[in-house]
Design a protein around this ligand. Structure first.
Ligand code: TMP
Length: 235
């Protein structure tokens, strides 16, 4: 009598690593409460056996972090601000994001290009069309496409509630010091961007208890098909 092998045939084994990597971004106005969930999501992916690059914008490389320091402190005109955001992004993409995705890793970024549309486009009123041109240049792919996240978790919170959460937390930076009207325009910028690319966005209702927000984050990742099964774990 033959005994059954104790390993599954290859054809029915789950794929351990996403072949082209997975790119997830978190977005929202300052004070929306995304920070703790970013770390938790990275831990959840690691627990499933994946290598995670946890990063942020502006920033993520030595050069981009220098630009971040300028961007978050120095006053400048909206075009300079947009160009520096995209310069930082270009370095971040070429040095960190694209190589990690090519290795099949999970990249989680605290903000990406939607923030430029929301803050520079919505908040500052900078030309949306010019931002789209810059996006296409900076995020150009060899196949002629434009790099976009696989999933963007947009933490949506009323600007007044976000301002209350931020009050007294720490010394505000250049953006956090902006007016309520500015953050209303930023929120509208996020809504506009979400409406233009609804398939990759998940809107997270951020004005809920933390556990419910976390449950919504996990559900969004699952529903977008990002959650590749790791060996021995259910998707
Ligand atoms: P944070 O990392 O603490 O959220 O700070 C980054 C700030 O920079 C935040 O206020 C949003 C702003 N920002 C832009 O204005 N445009 C951008 O493209 C990005 C990535 C961030």
């Amino acid at each position: 009598m033959t005994t059954l092998p104790d390993t599954q045939p290859l054809a029915t084994q789950s794929t351990p690593v996403a072949p082209q990597g997975v790119f997830i971004t978190f977005e929202g106005i300052d004070g929306a409460g995304k920070s703790s969930h970013i770390g938790a999501l990275a831990d959840a992916w690691r627990a499933r056996g994946h290598t995670v690059t946890l990063t942020r914008e502006p920033g993520g490389t030595p050069l981009a972090e220098k630009l971040r320091t300028l961007l978050l402190s120095d006053a400048m005109d909206p075009l300079s601000e947009a160009l520096l955001m995209f310069a930082a992004r270009r370095d971040h993409l070429t040095q960190v994001i694209e190589p990690a995705l090519a290795r099949g890793e999970v990249v989680i970024s605290d903000r990406f290009t939607d923030a430029t549309f929301a803050y520079q486009g919505g908040g500052r009123g900078f030309d949306w069309q010019v931002l789209q041109t810059l996006e296409n240049w900076v995020q150009a792919q060899p196949d002629g496409g434009t790099r976009q996240p696989d999933l963007t978790l947009w933490f949506d919170l009323a600007p007044a509630v976000a301002a209350q959460r931020l009050a007294g937390a720490r010394a505000p930076d250049k953006f956090e010091s902006e007016s309520a009207a500015f953050f209303s325009r930023v929120a509208a910028g996020y809504a506009r961007r979400c409406a233009s690319q609804p398939a990759r966005f998940a809107r997270i209702e951020a004005d809920q208890p933390r556990d419910q927000v976390w449950a919504d984050v996990l559900a969004a990742v699952r529903n977008h098909g990002c959650w590749q099964a790791s060996p021995g774990q259910a998707a």
